[in-house]
Ligand binder design. Structure first.
Ligand code: ADP
Ligand code: MG
Length: 320
């Protein structure tokens, strides 16, 4: 693009809350085939809330019945209510262990426990297991909170809570297993809400024959449930992608000759934003995501991706 065309492009889009890092971006945004979205914090608000706490006993009891929870539900609703002693213990362990983590999943668990008036403890030891969960040393013992892999890697069989995990995941929630000293304690789950414009933006992109993919560290069932709500085909949901593998995913998409836009918000997304032909950061995302991106959406609105691409197309075609 000529400097003039570039200036026109950035002026128009800055007004619309889309910021370009440099003029080259408009060139790069040409001929895009694939638009890849991170799930949490990008297509969703990333404003997670604790929704469920199911003890292992309640999970086993409800498993025979399949979909439906036990009489007491074995669960907490979003409105604060007095949990039973066991749920209270489960939640205190999970929240105390997570108080060492900055992860949005962890913050939601801690907030949920606070809202329910539970006393939390600072862990004496704490370790992040990226992409899988956390390990913490509490007065009650060694706590683990995370996905199935975290459990099996530590010699714990999560199958007694599998039915409950699957039920929660089909609801689009992120379910996490809680264990103490090698024993299953139960499951906690968080729910997130999708951004208002996400569905129509995806439909519009698909209508303009872009392939739309979703990339998430979350498990496949949760990813597909959210994808289903947004009109993304199950095969276009790439789930359980480890933080260090997000960039490789983009690279393998692009090695097929496709040009990709990656839209993300997190520290995890930064290498993928750099690797993609065009990296787009959500404005309220982490600094490192914004630094790694070519474009920043100041209003956190996925619809602005479409706008940015239209501006690039219009600007480029003007100079051709
Ligand atoms: P995302 O980028 O989708 O949030 P992550 O790679 O950070 O995914 O995490 C992947 C999965 O690992 C989560 O869905 C969750 O099951 C587990 N996990 C990660 N961090 C934590 C944590 N602090 N507490 C519990 N589970 C976690
Ligand atoms: Mg994210």
């Amino acid at each position: 693009a000529t400097p003039m065309a570039t200036m026109v492009g950035s002026t128009i889009s800055a007004k619309n809350g889309v910021l370009y890092k440099g003029g080259d971006v408009l060139e790069q945004a040409r001929g895009i085939d694939v638009v890849v979205f991170d799930k949490t914090g990008t297509l969703t608000h990333g404003d997670m809330r604790l929704t469920d706490a199911v003890t292992v006993d309640a999970a086993v009891a409800s498993d025979g019945g399949g979909e439906t929870p036990t009489a007491d539900g074995g669960r907490l609703e979003t409105t604060a209510e007095t949990p039973t002693v066991d749920e209270e213990f489960l939640l205190s362990v999970a929240a105390s262990a997570e108080s060492g983590s900055e992860h949005p999943l962890a913050r939601a668990i801690v907030e949920g426990a606070d809202e329910r008036g539970l006393e939390l403890e600072d862990p004496a030891g704490f370790e992040n297991v990226p992409g899988h969960g956390i390990r913490a040393t509490l007065s009650a013992g060694e706590a683990l909170v995370g996905n199935r892999k975290l459990m099996t890697d530590n010699g714990i069989d999560p199958s007694p809570v599998e039915g409950t995990m699957e039920r929660l995941e089909r609801e689009g929630k992120t379910a996490m297993v809680v264990a103490l000293d090698g024993e299953l304690l139960g499951v906690v789950a968080n729910a997130d809400t999708v951004r208002e414009s996400a569905k129509e933006t995806i439909a519009a992109l698909q209508g303009r024959s872009y392939e739309v993919l979703m990339l998430t560290g979350d498990n496949e069932r949760t990813g597909r449930a959210v994808g289903d709500r947004l009109g993304i085909e199950p095969e276009n949901v790439h789930a359980e992608v480890l933080p260090e593998d997000k960039a490789d995913e983009i690279e393998s998409i692009q090695t097929d000759g496709d040009r990709a836009v990656m839209v993300g918000d997190g520290v995890n997304d930064a290498p993928a934003l750099t690797t993609a032909h065009v990296g787009v950061a959500i404005g309220s995302g982490t600094d490192v995501a914004i630094e790694s991106a070519d474009i920043t959406l100041m209003r956190d609105d996925p619809a602005d991706v479409l706008k940015a691409m239209r501006v690039a197309d219009a600007t480029i075609s003007k100079v051709r």
